[in-house]
Write a protein that binds this ligand. Structure first.
Ligand code: ZN
Length: 410
């Protein structure tokens, strides 16, 4: 029924439309309208994302998505400025940063060393065994053989399924790591490791304790879960919905609203375990306010209305698909939070609930998750004895979107 406007959520407005038969076809309308943009929706972000997904693979796609969302708000607004009239600064910029464990003893940094063949060999081993992409360092520090061996030892405690998620990761040696503004650091503590996005980890000289390395690995495992989920039906739904979004054009003000929804949707997709709930709420809010166009003057033209209804119907479908995917992504952390609640694990005395974790709980559940993962991999007996159901959850792969991990290979 190509001539019929969609009949679902916009039914009340269609009643209004039925009294006005002047609607032109969308293609005619396209020519009548001023042309503020070639591709009002999707052209700026979605299509490149999915095209990249098809051509260069999921990890690169995620990198693209991450980079796009990490663009400065100014740059993003510049890119969209030709359609932005009544939309304010709309880009939430996700940090995608997981600050690392805190360590209280502040040993002197390793003495500067010229890289020797043993260091080279240790790096090569990490690349060969775990698919580490590269090693980088801040000026004035360098990797030592001992640090690299500690990484190898820690990564070897992970199951093959978990190790797969280390592939393509860059490891960086740095002097110090500043706490992101939304992270609380206990007095006397400092950040010695950090995982960013799904493929970057950095450590200071004090960051090579097994517990720290595995904590950061825990972040990487959760963040790269989207790669696994991207093989799922949910991901194909987003792709299919995204392909149809860009083909309808409406008045300029409406386009700004749609761009706001699109940005909120992409931000939601790029959520971490720590900001997913907040991003979901923002998407709901932006979607609600975009649907307020019913009351605007644009609807008075039936031809505009028809096009808008079609566009918003597609927008709604896209948002639904985004939610499906994000929900799949969120499942692991939601199960984790439920287990914490049921078993009252967020208490002093349970070792993974450190001062640092406590300070950032419940705002940053990813910190407690990473610490529990690290403890489970480092000290199974403790976890089994003190958090049996959480132990079982890890054992059956709850943290891997339900894929049971096989035993780590010695
Ligand atoms: Zn952390």
């Amino acid at each position: 029924m190509p001539d019929q406007p969609p009949m679902n959520i916009f039914a009340p407005k269609l009643d209004h439309l039925e009294t006005n038969k002047a609607a032109g076809s969308p293609s005619i309308l396209l020519r009548q309208l001023p042309r503020p943009v070639e591709r009002p929706f999707g052209g700026s972000a979605l299509e490149p994302v999915f095209m990249l997904q098809r051509t260069i693979g999921n990890r690169a796609t995620l990198r693209y998505l991450t980079q796009r969302l990490s663009d400065s708000p100014a740059a993003t607004l510049g890119e969209l400025s030709h359609v932005l009239e009544r939309t304010g600064p709309l880009m939430h910029v996700p940090t995608l940063i997981y600050p690392g464990l805190l360590q209280r003893d502040d040993k002197a940094a390793d003495a500067k060393k010229k890289e020797d063949p043993k260091v080279e060999a240790a790096k090569k081993k990490l690349k060969d065994k775990f698919g580490i992409k590269e090693f980088t360092q801040e000026e004035g520090v360098s990797w030592t053989e001992s640090q690299l061996e500690k990484l190898t030892t820690a990564f070897s405690k992970m199951s093959p399924e978990e190790q797969k998620r280390l592939q393509g990761v860059t490891l960086h040696r740095t002097k110090q790591i500043a706490a992101p503004p939304d992270v609380k650091v206990p007095k006397g503590g400092k950040i010695v490791g950090e995982a960013s996005s799904f493929d970057f980890m950095q450590f200071t000289a004090e960051g090579f304790a097994q517990s720290v390395v595995l904590h950061e690995a825990g972040h990487i495992i959760r963040a790269s879960g989207l790669l696994e989920i991207s093989k799922s039906k949910s991901f194909r739904d987003v792709e299919a919905a995204g392909k149809t979004i860009g083909r309808v054009i409406g008045p300029r003000a409406m386009i700004a609203d749609m761009n706001a929804v699109e940005n909120a949707g992409l931000t939601y997709l790029a959520s971490t375990d720590d900001d997913r709930d907040a991003n979901a709420q923002k998407l709901e809010d932006v979607l609600d306010s975009s649907l307020a166009f019913q009351a605007g003057p644009e609807i008075l033209s039936a031809s505009n209305a028809k096009v808008l209804l079609e566009a918003y119907d597609r927008l709604q479908k896209w948002v639904d698909a985004v939610k499906l995917l994000a929900n799949a992504q969120a499942r692991g952390i939601n199960e984790f939070k439920a287990l914490v609640k049921t078993n009252k694990l967020n208490r002093k005395g349970f070792r993974p609930f450190t001062d640092y974790v406590a300070l950032n709980w419940p705002a940053k559940p990813g910190e407690f998750f990473a610490e529990c993962y690290s403890t489970w991999r480092n000290n199974r007996a403790y976890m089994q004895a003190h958090a049996g159901t959480l132990f079982d959850w890890f054992e059956k792969g709850g943290h891997l979107e339900g894929v049971p991990p096989s035993k780590p290979q010695p």
